[in-house]
Design a protein around this ligand. Sequence first.
Ligand code: SF4
Length: 469
Amino acid sequence: MCAAKTMFDKIWDTHVVCEREGGEQLLYVDYNVVSEGPFYAFNALRQEGRRVRYPGKTLAMADHYAPTTGRSLGVKGVADPEARVMIEQLEENTKWAGISRHYGLMHPQQGIMHVVPAELGMPQPGMVIAGADSHTSTNGAFGACGFGVGASQVKHILATQTIWLRKPKAMRVAVDGALGRGVSAKDVILAIIAEIGIGGGAGHAIEYAGAAIRSLSMEGRMTLCNMSIEAGARVGMVVPDERTFEYLRGRELAPKGADWDRAVRFWRTVATDKGAEFSREVRLEGSAIEPMVTWGTCQDEAVPVTGRVPDPAAFSDPARRHRAESALAYMGIAPGTPIRDIKVDRVFIGSCTNSRLEDLREAAAVARGRKAAVPAMIVPGSMTVKRAAEQEGLHEVFLGAGFEWREPGCSMCTGSNGDRVPYGERCASTSNRNFEGRQGKGSRTHLVSPAMAAAAAVTGRLADVRDFI
Ligand code: SF4
């Protein structure tokens, strides 16, 4: 009788090509995703006289450097010369490599590299997906292993459609029960990271389980898996179910006809076997999770919105205490400050964590009929999201409330395109990183859900979304 296996073990084991001394294994990669960043990988291939092995298995997105305004003149009209060059290089490289799935700046499906693939039906249960960005873990929402890879690995994947990796251990995080009113997937993942710490998932592939996780939409599961990286994990995954299959049905890259039936039969076998062992198990109670806010410069420095900024002296671990002291000095907030007393200077709703249609609907439900008290910017994750939101009239809700309605891209998540939080300003943001300077030099970031961000926009402070819905 075969031993019970975790979903991660099953997927990993079916992708192993061979093993080398030292324990690394060569994995077949089903799909690879790049954005403007890894131009060096294409350059290196050219210099070595090599080709891209399977151009049809790579998707390319213009996102990090995509301007979110003024696109009428196309790529030539991109005002920032560095951004223009990066976008042009991606165009040239994909053309050279024969990568036809290039979602360039003016493509009707352009968007963020962790938003567009799901819209296309690319991530499917049982796949190994690599991407030149750590948040490739987002694809785990579909029961796939999504690995973010570095510079030399991108080149290796382009050349061979394989990657050398050391196998992480499997870890399970279960969130039981039901989530309360106003609590979203973003709050769940911030609560998980606050519980296990930014290194809590290190060396592991996390499988999320429990009733609260199963109740999440596919968009919510993507938010959850997206931020697994912020807990130090290599991968975050949710077992595929009927909701997964329904999401994929009919999408461009999903199997069709008899292939669809065959695929669904296989997808049902991907789930973790009963009795399979994980190297670590963590349990949280969903009903105990409140809307969350980060107060520091790491994602585990988060508390419920009803709480207070902690006193570093309360941390028994000296390293943690020192980290909290530095974070508070950078953030310019005093220990003990009630979270709801913290004023913000601006709001960003976007990024690969929270820029999907459901996110925009949740933000719009709060913004509807209210007025922004501080500058607030909505950046949809893709053209597809933007069009769908406009069909529902969400843009009118936002514009009516005084929010900006922008073109898709990474935008203020990291500011590569010039959308930055000015020095010293405090931003309530739906992105995934609150590191020093992440949204611009001297920027201060508080990570929140889309609805919480909208509540911050209409009040000018960190507010409890439950007072608005
Ligand atoms: S939105 Fe932010 S985290 Fe996501 S791919 Fe873009 S820069 Fe990276």
